[in-house]
Design a protein. Sequence first.
Length: 792
Amino acid sequence: MALDELKIGGMGASRRRVEDNRFIRGKGKYIDDVVLPAMLHMEILRSPVAHARIKSIDTSAAWEVPGVRLVLTGETMAARNLAWMPTLSYDTQAVIATDKVRFQGQEVAAVVADDPYIAKDACSKIVVEYEQLPAIVNPDQAKDSSAPLIRDDKVNQDSNKIFDWEIGDKEATERAFADADVVSSLELHYPRSHPSPLEPCGSIADFDRATGKLTVYMTTQAPHIIRAAVAMVAELPEHQIRIISPDLGGGFGNKVPVYPGYVISILASILTERPVKWIEDKSGNLISTGFGRDVYLKGEMALRKDGKILGMRMHTTSDHGAFFADAQPTKFKIGLMHSTFACYDVPAAYLTSDGYYTNKAPGGVAYRCSFRVTEAMFFQERMIHAAANDLGMDQAEFRRVNLVKDDAFPYRTAFGFLTDSGQYAKCLDLGLEAIGYSSFKAEQEEARKRGKLLGIGISTMTEPLGAGNSREYDIIGIKMFDSAELRVHMTGKAILRTGAKTQGQGHETTWAQIVAHELGIPADDIVVEEGDTDTAPFGMGTYASRSTPVAGAAVAMVSRKIRAKARKIAAHLLEVSEEDIEWELGRFYVRGNEERGVTIQDCALAAYSNVPDGMEPGLENNAYYDPPNLTWPFAAYICKVEVDPETGVWDVLKFVAVDDCGVRINPMVVEGQIMGGLTEAYAMANMQYITFDEEGNCIGANYIDYLLPTAWETPGFELHEVVTPCPHHPIGAKGIGECATVGGPAAFVNAVMSAIEHTGVRNVDMPLMPNRVYDAVRNGQDVSGMPPVRVE
Ligand code: MCN
Ligand code: CUN
């Protein structure tokens, strides 16, 4: 009589995404679809130059444009102590520039008007006089003793350096190098990249002076954090602030930080006493919101002749732009960079890093990665590739020798993380089999006869997903856990709310499946709501693929609380003691008498009509979940490419992905996450180029130059799965949302390198555009992508 879990849309069902019903009909409700009565519109004037002192701003002509209601400058903000705001990395960021502009695209003024076109026209009437200063566009320039001081607004800041940081065991690592037979080294730059969600950022601030309530519709992945931040920055009482994050047209990390536009629209609404809408345009999003990466990585590996890794030392230098606004909740200066090499048995490791201010938009947004994990895994897999070559060892064999073994879990990494579970070698072998690794050498020979260069690239990695736990992770002091609230109605239908916020991952579909699994209520009978701080339980939002590991766990736990109460009601209805009650999916029955039972829906009805004496009526509850550890999914990505040495163009012949994210709630959604992530990885490896010239002009600041991959150029991906349940998660699930973006790029780059390294090339920096690959093959030399670039 137990229900068929797949039929009710429980765990493991590839249930169709319920949110797509509105999305594909064009009925999603995104920020720009929200229209409030008497709403005004705001536009932002951005700096055309990267580094300059503001000598004067004349806004008089803008005020005269009919329909203009308000013009805001740094002075307006400063008068209310809002010219600067705190960042998530304990730095400050200018909301509207007062003294200087520090990157091209920085906010210089804002106009509020009856419609967005008037506001934009009026922006063009604002006259700003700039006194240009030399621009700094990479850490090398920032370090130079003659470099201008970018952050002269900060007391005690006498250089452009932001931090120094180190972790690991220096002495043990030095001993490993003393014992090494071979030392392999590599140096590279992971270029800036931009998450570029389809929908840019925006907000609608609505301050009601009569009630004192501030409602803000905002494109944010973390509404509760925003509420706390607004309460602190604007000094408004928290219960009078309501943040609503509507449907998001993608986030990819871009919608984690607090951007100046949000803050300006809030002040504009307070001043005008009308709702004020700000919708960023695509270029504004591309040049001024958080960039990812921009890290210089170098490392050395100590190796024994037989292929065993003895030790690793690494140095990273990160370029943070003008404000240290990294969206990352770890106490570590460079995020989780030290998760690097976590899937390998590396006895000793030592990492040093430093970070610099430059005249670029803030960097360090975690673009689909847990805070620098993408850079960590990219470097790891490029280093592994180089080391195998230096040893003259097969790429797969070298990995097999060093991957953490199945029976070694929980495994303590050299940098102190505790990885939870995995079957690494199994994933690798499955991938090798699928790509046809054993016949590759012959294929490569054959292709050379045709004048084509074949390459195969492997990327194997585990990554930390799911921040918290609260012991180690916090955002501005708020501890990292998450929550779920479940209300089962009288008819057995239910509403579930969590503290996470879907941006496209499909929470409305998958959370209902967890409830269906735990309670046997069909997934279609459960509606999922997120993103409104007045109704959702407090949570830390969605990033670091933490939703399944943390909020998803809370969904399971609250369902179990509901089941525990329903069991008591069942005992009452069946007139037996609770100990005599058995559970099967969707139903309680009397032990030894399976026929006598009540469904979960019967219990729901009774909860509101017939509870035992002394029991509170109702069937609702909430759960706050503080995970004991991060979850550690594993992936083996293997790519086969063909390079045309005459043009530098490379094509992906085959791409195989083997992912182990523990128990899969919805296999189709998981596969969608992997395909989307690999598409982004491919774009970064192949075509996405956004950089800076000597004057700090952002090159690639539009979608003609900064390419988003379409179905046309994106290769097909062959997906395979391995399931190693997460030992500490209530349903055995690990995160998956970022794995492919994190692990994917190295597979593409290693493949191209494998095709061309016989020419003596060791590294070509991403993106591997045809001209770079062509130059590398032609000259047998490495190609660096570090800015500034020269433009004619
Ligand atoms: N899932 C599952 N089984 C698992 C793990 C996950 O069925 N074992 C499902 C989940 O239920 C969820 C989806 O897969 O529907 C992703 O889950 P999870 O790995 O928990 O990641 P989050 O939901 O926390 O999503 C965040 C992650 C991040 S940080 C970025 S950035 C990102 C990404 O997801 N941005 C995205 N994927 C994205 N996908 C879309 N479409 N749009 C974005 O902006
Ligand atoms: Cu890391 S980008 Mo996602 O964490 O929102």
